[in-house]
Design a protein around this ligand. Structure first.
Ligand code: ADP
Ligand code: MG
Length: 776
C-alpha cells in the first residue's frame, strides 16, 4: 500500500508539471485567451472556494457563459494543482449524448490533449475514456446505470449535474437519489448547473444550498413576431390553414367568401375576443392554424429574406425534428429558393445525430459563405454557436405528454414555453446585436406557459420504475413522492401494472429474473423483451432490426407532395403481411442488399427511405447484439445464424412482435365490409393514415398489436401488425380462467378465448416452458 501511495504522489507531481507546461505552451495561447474572456472565468476563484466549502452548490448563468466547458475544468485544474490529480474523480452528466461527446472533445482541445486521456466521455453503448481519465462526461442515463453497481458512487469526488433547468426525467430522478446519498457521502461534492431559470427551486430542494450566479454578456436582440415577418416576407400562409377542420374558423370560412387566410385568421381572433374565453379560443384557432406540422414555406421565406436583405452572420433555425430538418436541408441544397447553393454552409444539428462535426458547427464559415444551422431545441441551451446573429424560431418543440387515465403517450410538436422562447431568442446576441424572427403571432407568445412541465409529469414511467426497483430504492410510489414535482399516482400505478403484465415484476412488486434482464437493457422494457424473445425463438435478425427502429426512428420518410408514391412503396414491402413492422424489416433487408451491390442511393430514393436512419439502425443492431451477448442470451461463438433459424418465418416474427408489444393489443371487429378497432383503455381507435394497414378493409387475423397509440385529431394506433389468437395466447401476457370456466381470458378479462380444458392445459404448459426460458 505504501508503494502505491508513493507512486500516486509521484503521479500527482507529474500531472501538475504536465499541466503547467501545457498551459504555458504557445499552442494554447489562443485557446487560453478565449477561455479567459468567458464570463465564467471571472468567477473562477469564487466558484472554487464555494465548492470547497459546501457539499452542494447551485450555479446558474446565461447559456454560453462557460458553465459546461469551464466549471468542471476549473475543478480538474485545481485538483491537479493541489496534487490530487491522481485521485480525483470528476463526473459531469449531460442530458444528451451529443453534448457529452462535444463537450469532452472541446475540453480536451482546450487542455491540448487528445480525447480520452484526462477528459473522456461515456454514453449508452459507447465510450472514449481510459484509466487516466479524471473528468468524465456521461449521459445522465449512464450514471443512473452505474448507480446500480455502485449505489454509493465510491471514489467519485465531484459530481456535476448539468442542464437541470430542463427538468428531464433522468435528472429529476437523479436528484432524488443524490439528496438521499449526500449524508452517507460527506466528502462528495455536488454541483448543479442550470441556465438562468428557476435556480432557487433547486437550492430549496437541497436544504437551501448556496447559489452562485455567473453574470453573462449578451447583446440586445430585436424580436419580430409572425405579423412582422409576414409583412417583411410577403408570405402567404395557406396550406395548413386550409386543411384544418373542426373549429369555428372552419365553419365561418364556409360562409365567408374566399379571403386571404391570414386576414381571416386575425379576424377570428377578434371575433373570439368578444367572448369571455378569449384566450382559449384564440389559442385554439391558432393551434389549428399551425396544425401539428410547421409550415416550412414560411421558414424558407424568412431565410430568404435574411439572406437578401440583412447583414452577415450565421442563421440558426429552430425546428421540431429530424423530418423537418432534412426536408429543409434538401430544399436549400437543391437550389430551390436561395440561388447558388455553394454560397451556403447548411448544417443540421439534432440530438440523435451520431456526432457533430465540431469545426463546421462552431467555427466561422469560409469566406463568402453563410452558415445556416438547422437545429432542434438542442441548440437552445446545451450547444452554443457563437457567430449566430439571426434566429428563426418556429415556436414549437416535439414534446412528450402522457395521459395516465387513457394510458396514452404522445409525442407531438407543441408550443414551447416563454422561458424557451426567451432562451432561443438570446442565441442571436452572442457576438453582436441580433435579430429573432418568431414564426408565431404575439398572441401565441402571450399564451405560452412560463415554464415547460417537467418530463416526469409527461412520460410513461415504466422504465423509471424498473430503475427504481433495480436500484433497490424501496416502493416506487413512496420513492417518487420525494421528487421535486412528484408524478401522478395513477401514472405510477399504470407503470407498475404494465411491468407486472409483461412479467418484469411479480405480485409483490419485486423484480423477476426477466425484470432483472430488462434492467440491464437500456431500452423500453417492451423492446427489451422483444429482443430476448427474438434470441430465444431464433428470430434474432428481425428482432434486432425492428427493436432498433422502434427505439430509434422509422426509416421511411414522408415526402410532402409524393405521399401516395411513398405509401405505395411501403405497402409493397409489407406484401400481404398486414404489418408495418414487416414492411420496415423488408425495407431494411432490401437496403442491405442494395448496399452490397452499390445501389444504396437509388434504392433509398425510389423507396422513400432515409439512408442515414438505416445506417444508424444497422449500428444499433450491433450494439443490441452485444447487449444480448453480455447478459448471456446470445453466445457469439456459435455465430449469429444459430439464432436465425426462423428469421424468414413471418408468422414467427409476428409472434415475437406480439410478445414484445403486448399489452398493446386491439381487437379487429368486422362491421359489414369494414373493420373497426377497439382497445381496452379508450375503446374505438383508428389505424394511422401512414400505416400500411390504413387502406385495408378486412383483415385475415382477429387481433392487431401496435407500437404506440397517439392522439391527434383522433386516437390512432401507429405501426401495427395483424396477429393470430395463437400468437396472443402463447406469447401475450398472463392468462386467467374465464368465470364460466369454459375458456381463458387476457388483458384483465377484456379478451376472451373459448377452448377445451385440455387445450387450455396445453397452452399453459407451453407458456410455462417459455417463461422458464425468459427467466433463466
Ligand atoms: P454554457 O454551458 O454556460 O452554456 P459552454 O461551456 O457550453 O457554456 O460554452 C462556452 C463557450 O465555449 C461558448 O462560447 C461556446 O460557443 C464555446 N464552445 C463550447 N463548445 C465548443 C466547441 N466544441 N468548439 C468550439 N467552441 C465551443
Ligand atoms: Mg452548458
Amino acid at each position: 500500500a505504501q508503494q502505491t501511495d508513493s507512486s500516486k504522489e509521484k503521479l500527482n507531481v507529474e500531472l501538475k508539471q504536465k499541466q503547467e507546461n501545457m498551459q504555458a505552451s504557445d499552442s494554447l495561447k489562443a485557446m487560453n485567451s478565449f477561455r479567459e474572456n468567458l464570463p465564467a472565468f471571472k468567477m473562477k476563484s469564487t466558484f472554487l472556494k464555494a465548492v470547497q466549502e459546501n457539499q452542494v452548490l447551485v450555479v446558474s448563468g446565461e447559456t454560453g457563459c462557460g458553465k459546461t466547458t469551464q466549471l468542471p475544468q476549473f475543478i480538474l485544474e485545481e485538483e491537479i494543482l493541489c496534487l490530487r490529480g491522481a485521485t480525483c474523480n470528476i463526473i459531469c452528466t449531460q442530458p444528451r449524448r451529443i453534448s457529452a461527446i462535444s463537450v469532452a472533445a472541446r475540453i480536451s482541445a482546450e487542455r491540448g490533449e487528445s480525447l480520452g486521456e484526462t477528459v473522456g466521455y461515456q454514453i449508452r453503448l459507447e465510450a472514449k475514456c481510459s484509466a487516466q481519465t479524471r473528468l468524465l462526461f456521461c449521459t445522465t442515463g449512464v450514471l443512473l446505470r452505474q448507480l446500480v453497481q455502485d449505489p454509493e458512487l465510491t471514489g467519485v469526488s465531484h459530481l456535476l449535474v448539468d442542464e437541470i433547468h430542463e427538468r428531464g426525467m433522468n435528472e429529476d430522478f437523479l436528484l432524488i437519489i443524490l439528496r438521499d446519498l449526500l449524508p452517507r457521502r460527506p466528502d462528495l461534492r455536488l454541483i448543479l448547473m442550470s441556465a438562468t431559470i428557476n435556480a432557487d427551486m433547486f437550492s430549496k430542494y437541497f436544504a437551501n444550498a448556496p447559489m452562485i450566479h455567473i453574470p453573462g454578456f449578451t447583446f440586445p436582440v430585436t424580436e419580430f413576431f409572425l405579423e412582422d415577418v409576414l409583412e417583411k416576407t410577403r408570405y402567404n400562409i395557406k396550406s395548413e390553414f386550409d386543411n384544418y377542420e373542426g373549429n369555428s374558423s372552419r365553419r365561418r370560412k364556409q360562409q365567408v367568401s374566399k379571403k386571404d387566410p391570414l386576414t381571416e385568421l386575425f379576424e377570428d381572433i377578434d371575433i373570439d375576443a368578444h367572448y369571455k374565453n378569449y384566450s382559449t379560443a384564440a389559442r385554439k384557432s391558432l393551434e389549428a392554424w399551425s396544425g401539428s406540422k410547421m409550415d416550412l414555406g414560411l421558414v424558407e421565406a424568412a431565410i430568404e429574406y435574411i439572406c437578401r436583405n440583412e447583414g452577415d452572420g450565421a442563421i440558426l433555425v429552430f425546428l421540431t425534428g429530424w423530418e423537418e430538418i432534412s426536408k429543409l436541408f434538401d430544399t436549400i441544397k437543391a437550389n430551390n429558393f436561395l440561388g447558388d447553393p455553394s454560397k451556403f454552409l447548411v448544417l443540421p444539428l439534432h440530438g440523435s445525430m451520431p456526432t457533430i462535426n465540431q469545426c463546421e458547427i462552431f467555427d466561422r464559415p469560409p469566406l463568402n459563405k453563410r452558415k445556416i444551422v438547422l437545429a432542434t431545441n438542442i441548440a437552445e441551451s446545451s450547444i452554443t454557436i457563437d457567430d449566430v446573429v439571426h434566429v428563426i424560431d418556429c415556436g414549437k418543440a416535439k414534446e412528450t405528454s402522457y395521459d395516465a387515465l387513457n394510458k396514452l403517450a404522445c409525442l407531438l410538436p407543441s408550443w414551447i414555453s416563454k422561458a424557451s422562447a426567451h432562451q432561443r431568442c438570446g442565441r442571436a446576441g452572442r457576438v453582436q446585436p441580433g435579430v429573432c424572427y418568431r414564426l408565431y403571432p404575439k398572441v401565441i407568445h402571450d399564451e405560452m406557459l412560463e415554464y415547460q412541465l417537467p418530463e416526469i409529469l409527461r412520460t410513461p414511467l415504466q422504465e423509471l420504475c424498473l430503475q427504481i426497483k433495480s436500484l433497490q430504492l424501496g416502493t416506487v410510489g413512496s420513492f417518487l413522492a420525494k421528487a421535486l414535482q412528484p408524478p401522478d399516482p395513477l401514472a405510477v400505478q399504470n407503470a407498475i401494472e404494465l411491468l407486472k403484465t409483461i412479467g418484469a415484476l411479480d405480485d409483490k412488486e419485486e423484480l423477476t429474473p426477466l425484470g432483472r434482464h430488462l434492467c440491464t437493457i437500456p431500452l423500453d422494457p417492451n423492446i427489451g423483451k422483444m429482443l430476448l424473445m427474438g434470441s430465444i425463438f431464433q428470430c434474432l435478425n428481425p428482432a434486432l432490426t425492428i427493436a432498433a427502429a422502434l427505439a430509434y426512428r422509422d426509416p421511411f420518410v414522408l415526402p410532402l407532395n409524393r405521399k401516395e408514391e411513398a405509401d405505395a412503396a411501403k405497402r409493397s414491402f409489407a406484401g400481404d403481411s398486414c404489418s408495418d413492422h414487416i414492411a420496415l424489416l423488408k425495407a431494411f433487408e432490401g437496403w442491405k442488399d442494395a448496399k452490397r451491390s452499390g445501389r444504396e442511393r437509388e434504392f433509398c430514393w425510389d423507396n422513400f427511405l432515409s439512408p442515414v436512419t438505416l445506417q444508424l439502425i444497422d449500428e444499433m443492431r450491433i450494439q443490441f447484439l452485444n447487449l444480448l451477448s453480455d447478459i448471456g442470451f446470445v453466445d457469439k461463438s456459435r455465430g449469429i445464424h444459430a439464432y436465425n433459424q426462423y428469421a424468414r418465418d413471418l408468422e414467427m416474427v409476428c409472434a415475437i412482435l406480439c410478445a414484445g408489444l403486448y399489452p398493446n393489443v386491439v381487437q379487429c371487429k368486422r362491421r359489414g365490409k369494414r373493420t373497426a378497432f377497439y382497445t381496452k383503455e379508450v375503446g374505438k381507435v383508428d389505424i394511422h393514415p401512414a400505416s400500411v394497414n390504413a387502406g385495408i378493409h378486412l383483415f385475415p387475423l382477429p387481433y392487431m398489436v401496435y407500437s404506440e397509440k397517439v392522439k391527434t385529431t383522433s386516437i390512432y394506433i401507429r405501426d401495427s401488425t395483424n396477429i393470430s389468437d395463437y400468437a396472443l395466447l402463447l406469447f401475450g401476457g398472463s392468462l386467467i380462467p374465464s368465470k364460466s370456466g369454459e375458456g381463458i381470458e387476457m388483458l384483465g378479462g377484456y379478451l376472451h378465448f373459448s377452448a377445451s380444458k385440455s387445450v387450455i392445459e396445453l397452452i399453459k404448459k407451453l407458456r410455462g416452458e417459455l417463461y422458464k426460458l425468459l427467466n433463466r
